[in-house]
Design a protein around this ligand. Structure first.
Ligand code: DGT
Ligand code: MG
Length: 606
């Protein structure tokens, strides 16, 4: 029943509890890969176009969709329904990533938080901008730009309708700018939370936008035929729900909380219930640095070690290109496998990661490279991780291998703080595990990457074959899974390659030296995951002692010698005229009251 006039109560609606206070836009590019190809080659514009990866059409333009070509169709089937389908190979994702970065940049022009989700989606929190515009708006003239999911029978007292009308205008401007500057059409969803903005976005595809008012949230959710449409619900949670005969979102809405609490934690049961009603208070997190850089390859089955090695070797070659583009030095690598498991409906993934020595990478004229020997070292680490995951004394069958660099040593450009020269690890998350339901728990509406905290993860999502987290596609999830699992689909990585940060040679030298030095020091920053093993042997690299005869004994001379002259002088004069606190300090690491003191970076090697 599509009863759009059935509105939920607006009694909780006020600005104090912020219930409807936010204005969120979700933007999704239309037939993304196909559009990139069409913009690149205008001859493809007016013909039915399919983007091929191995023997699958991963997407097609809307012209081809009119013939019945659908996402993830076998090429042979697509050609049957559309014999004049023009096929373009889409296995090289470089241009798609570039396009994705450009869209992100355009959206940043509004100076609102932008959260990138996969390659072709972005959330924008325009709450503050809407507030600004509201001050000068003539409320009588306000209209919703694009489509409105349902006309409200009454105004919401909190004023969210006006705010969302303004947000719809901003969304329209954003879409227009993306089109004018880059030539891409998009869809947008406008709502008071991320969940509804994302889910309403595809309602009027392509090249359109839809606004939904808060009181229609529960109603719209009830139209979704699978609980899997909800971004936080992965396959494991879905399986648990199905076992309780909860299949559609409306089933979930109607399920008694007590029943849910029997199968999930109390928090999760409440969360599931709220989501089913269209409630979500997760913030738009400004995207910045890529969290990890990874690639995967899926196939029917591989059961021989040498073949696995070949797969990893090929992945490594491609991954190194991406890392070079990114410009940061990886310090951790993760291997992921999917083992064939006939008993399980969903795929089962396991990962192991290991620290890697930054000395494997060399910086030359600002370019990150890896020597042949470095590549061999990496392969040795990868295969060692592989043997941790697979008992080679028994037969094994893999359907996917993945490789990702999961931690990076970042070099900062700023000269304002010496700390930048010495320490700036970023924490990373997996971008390969998009659904955080390995433990069947939902703690937050994390639309982006789940962060496996241990080195072994189980991912039951099928999202690994998608570059962006699942959308409320009206497809049967089991059918889709079969389609993708049976065929050899090139897995586009969920790469989020960030801006290059290539700095001066001076910085590179400092960075390299520091990295090498730090591997041997006891500084705790780059602590590996609990059950990782480290590859300390790879980290050893002889470095010449710096000229630091005046240095205190606890100073790492290698680090010191690599500093720019002015900083060396600064430090020397500090040591000559130490402050009282420094005079009394026996070891820099003991001084917990000054966590960012420069002195703590000069740690003697043990
Ligand atoms: P749309 O949003 O329905 O107009 O069409 P697309 O093509 O933008 O589809 P979307 O947004 O789900 O995915 C963005 C791109 O990601 C799409 O152009 C191709 C790629 N992609 C989507 N689904 C799959 C998949 O199952 N396998 C692979 N390899 N790539 C996929
Ligand atoms: Mg799209």
């Amino acid at each position: 029943m599509d009863d759009r006039n059935m509105e939920s109560s607006c009694s909780t609606c006020n600005e104090i509890d912020g219930e409807h206070f936010k204005s969120i836009i979700h933007i999704d590019l239309d037939c993304f890969y196909a559009q990139v190809e069409m913009v690149r080659n205008p001859e493809l514009r007016d013909v039915p176009l399919g983007i091929q990866q191995k023997n699958i059409v991963v997407t097609s333009n809307y012209e081809a969709r009119n013939y019945g070509v659908s996402k993830c169709m076998l090429v042979t089937d697509a050609l049957k329904v559309c014999p004049n389908l023009k096929l373009v190979n889409g296995e090289d994702l470089h241009s798609y990533r570039t396009a994705s970065g450009k869209v992100f940049l355009v959206l940043q022009g509004w100076r609102c938080p932008v959260e990138k989700l996969g390659m072709d989606e972005n959330f924008i929190d325009v709450t503050s901008l809407v507030e600004e515009k509201l001050k000068n708006a003539n409320l009588n003239d306000l209209i919703v730009m694009g489509q409105l999911y349902s006309e409200p029978s009454a105004e919401c007292p909190c004023g969210c309708h006006n705010r969302l009308k303004i947000a719809s205008q901003i969304a329209n401007e954003m879409r227009k700018k993306i089109y004018d500057e880059l030539g891409y059409t998009t869809c947008a969803g406008i709502a008071h939370n991320k969940l509804l903005a994302k889910l309403i976005c595809p309602l009027h595809k392509p090249n359109n936008q839809t606004t939904i008012f808060p009181q229609h949230g529960a109603n719209y959710m009830s139209t979704l035929t699978s609980v899997r449409s909800i971004p936080s619900i992965g396959s494991k949670t879905m399986e648990a729900l199905i076992s309780q005969k909860i299949i559609s979102v409306s089933d979930l809405q109607e399920a008694p909380l007590e029943i849910l609490k029997k199968h999930f934690s109390s928090d999760m049961a409440v969360r599931l219930k709220s989501l089913s009603l269209g409630e979500d208070n997760t913030p738009v997190k400004q995207s910045g640095k890529p969290q990890s850089i990874g690639l995967e390859d899926s196939f029917k089955t591989v059961s021989v070690k040498s073949e696995v090695e070949d797969k990893f070797s090929a992945l490594l070659q491609r991954l190194l290109v991406l890392v070079r583009e990114d410009g940061r030095i990886p310090v951790s690598v993760r291997v992921t496998l999917r083992k064939k498991d006939a008993k399980r409906l969903s795929s089962h993934r396991e990962s192991r990661q290991s620290q890697i020595s930054p000395s494997i990478f060399t910086l030359s004229s600002g370019v990150l490279t890896v020597t042949e020997a470095g590549q061999q070292k990496l392969m040795a680490i990868i295969m060692r991780l592989f043997t941790k995951l697979v008992d080679l004394s028994k037969p094994f069958h893999l359907t996917l291998v993945g490789l990702a660099f999961t931690k990076f040593q970042e070099r900062m450009t700023g000269r304002s703080s010496i700390v930048n020269y010495l320490m700036n690890d970023i924490s990373v998350q997996s971008v390969l595990n998009l659904q955080n339901d390995g433990d069947a728990s939902i703690t937050s509406m994390d639309y982006s990457a789940a962060s496996p905290s241990s080195s072994t993860t189980t991912d039951l999502s099928d999202a690994e074959i998608e570059p962006s987290p699942k959308k409320p596609k009206k497809v049967n999830w089991i059918a889709k899974k079969r389609c993708l699992a049976k065929e050899e689909v090139a897995s586009p990585s969920k790469l989020k390659v960030g801006e290059l940060r290539l700095n001066s040679k001076e910085l590179e030298k400092v960075s390299e030296l520091r990295l090498n030095s730090r591997d041997r020091s006891l500084t705790p920053r780059a602590s590996p995951a609990k059950d990782n093993f480290s590859d300390a042997s790879d980290s050893m690299k002889d470095l010449e002692d710096g000229a630091c005869n005046d240095c205190p004994s606890y100073v790492d001379k290698e680090v010191f010698s690599a500093l720019p002259d002015d900083m060396q002088q600064e430090l020397k004069s500090m040591w000559k005229n130490p402050t009282s606190s420094e005079k009394t300090r026996s070891s820099p690491r003991k001084n917990k009251s000054k966590p960012n003191s420069i002195m703590k970076y000069f740690v003697p090697q043990k």
